[in-house]
Write a protein that binds this ligand. Structure first.
Ligand code: ZN
Length: 219
């Protein structure tokens, strides 16, 4: 069980890197495990990662000895998994456009209907706190109260899922939305879809039998 989760975690981290979502060695991934959660290690190049490098941590923060050093953002993952029992996996990136928008410390508004995949009418931006800090974890949990994705001010983005694949898919969708918003805002003032239109979009997605956590089809 745990070995399979470790394999899936490493595979997801490598896909995240291959998608260009992790400049340098940035970003990290976690998945809920029977004992707590498993997270990517700190400071290892993605191509070199193996299942044994993943680090299992209990929800109280205890790390079994003999493992690699966990990601510096392990508290971020622990606190979100603690607060959101519906979430099984988390992807955190420093992807270019999400991080660019995060520097403005503003949300990504509903400039495209795909925003509803995150379960909210905009992608909020969590308040700034130093990377790896307990405060950053608290700020992220607060921003993720209503939905499954948020920006982290002057830092990056977080996406949640009921599976590792779902969390990665949502992270890629948010990055696309951030890129489109950036491009549109560069040449004018993007129109923002209002709440009643977004309600129609949600209803239509529901008709298709799609929920925000299982987006197997593209529209
Ligand atoms: Zn980070």
């Amino acid at each position: 069980m745990t070995m399979r989760l470790r394999d899936q975690l490493v595979s997801t981290a490598k896909q995240m890197s291959a998608l260009g979502l992790t400049p340098g060695m940035s970003g990290n991934v976690s998945v809920r495990s029977p004992a707590g959660f498993i997270v990517t290690p700190s400071g290892m190049p993605y191509p070199e990662l193996t299942a044994d490098d993943a680090v299992e941590i209990k929800l109280d923060g205890t790390v079994r000895p003999g493992q690699k050093t966990p990601s510096t953002e392990w508290q971020l993952h622990r606190d979100i998994l603690g607060a959101r029992q519906d979430v099984q996996a988390i992807v955190h990136t420093h992807s270019m456009f999400s991080t660019t928008i995060s520097m403005l410390r503003r949300p990504i508004p509903a400039v495209h209907y795909m925003v509803v995949l995150a379960g909210t009418d905009e992608i909020p931006c969590a308040e700034y706190a130093t990377f790896g800090s307990a405060q950053l974890a608290l700020n992220a949990v607060s921003a993720l109260r209503g939905g499954d994705a948020c920006l982290l001010a002057n830092h990056g983005m977080v996406a949640l899922g009921s599976t590792l694949a779902g969390a990665l898919r949502l992270a890629a969708e948010v990055e696309t939305l951030a890129a489109q918003y950036w491009h549109a805002a560069s040449i004018g003032s993007p129109h923002v879809l209002d709440g009643s239109e977004l309600k129609k979009v949600k209803d239509r997605f529901a008709e298709y039998g799609q929920s925000r956590s299982k987006t197997k089809r593209s529209w």
